[in-house]
Ligand binder design. Structure first.
Ligand SMILES: CC(C)(COP(=O)(O)OP(=O)(O)OC[C@H]1O[C@@H](n2cnc3c(N)ncnc32)[C@H](O)[C@@H]1OP(=O)(O)O)[C@@H](O)C(=O)NCCC(=O)NCCS
Length: 155
């Protein structure tokens, strides 16, 4: 596992690229004045949903499981944090991801989540095979129907 303590810093960590950044604002803080874990989990869940949609080509994906969360460090108001995910396992209907969040200011790792599992579902909410077994780095699997109407054919 890559070392991120001290001044050690890499753009990518264990194959994870950090796409999304957040600016920690007053509404994201807990009573202790540091980043509220619930805010962070909301951001990660959304990030994982978007990642799963891109990987599985289905905008109907639901969170099935989030494994143990190890909060290693925190963030304060005004800090910049970055979130990264990578797919670690393609199942029949599921996708397992690993998440890392880092503080760009202090250069410390805020948390790791070893397993976030999303399931691809059909219009009735039942698990649906996605047919993929590896990571795409393109937008080639993007769904072609509009999420709101199901009917508009997108380019
Ligand atoms: C997601 C959901 C449709 C799965 O239904 P299910 O009856 O468990 O379906 P299955 O048993 O066929 O499992 C579907 C996939 O999830 C995986 N899975 C199910 N339970 C799991 C668990 N506890 N841990 C890890 N993987 C699990 C299965 O291995 C399977 O993956 P695979 O097809 O890639 O092998 C159903 O549990 C659900 O609707 N949950 C609520 C989802 C939700 O609303 N999330 C938002 C939180 S508010």
């Amino acid at each position: 596992m890559a070392e991120t303590a001290g001044t050690e810093w890499h753009w990518s960590e264990d194959g994870i690229n950090f796409h999304t950044r957040k600016w920690v604002k007053p509404e994201d803080l807990n009573a202790n004045g540091s980043l509220f874990g619930g805010s962070l989990l909301r951001w990660i869940d959304e990030e994982a949903a978007i990642y799963a949609i891109i990987q599985l080509g289905n905008y109907r994906v639901v969170t099935k499981l989030i494994s143990e969360i190890n909060f290693e460090a925190s963030a304060l108001q005004g800090d910049l944090i970055e979130m990264g995910l990578t797919a670690t396992h393609f199942g029949r209907t599921s996708l397992t991801m690993r998440a890392v969040v880092r503080n760009m200011i202090t250069r410390r790792r805020i948390l790791t989540i070893e397993r976030i599992i999303f399931v691809s579902v059909d219009e009735n909410g039942r698990p649906m095979p996605h047919g993929y077994s590896d990571i795409t780095y393109d937008r080639d699997r993007m769904p072609r129907e509009h999420p709101k109407t199901d009917s508009v054919r997108l380019p």
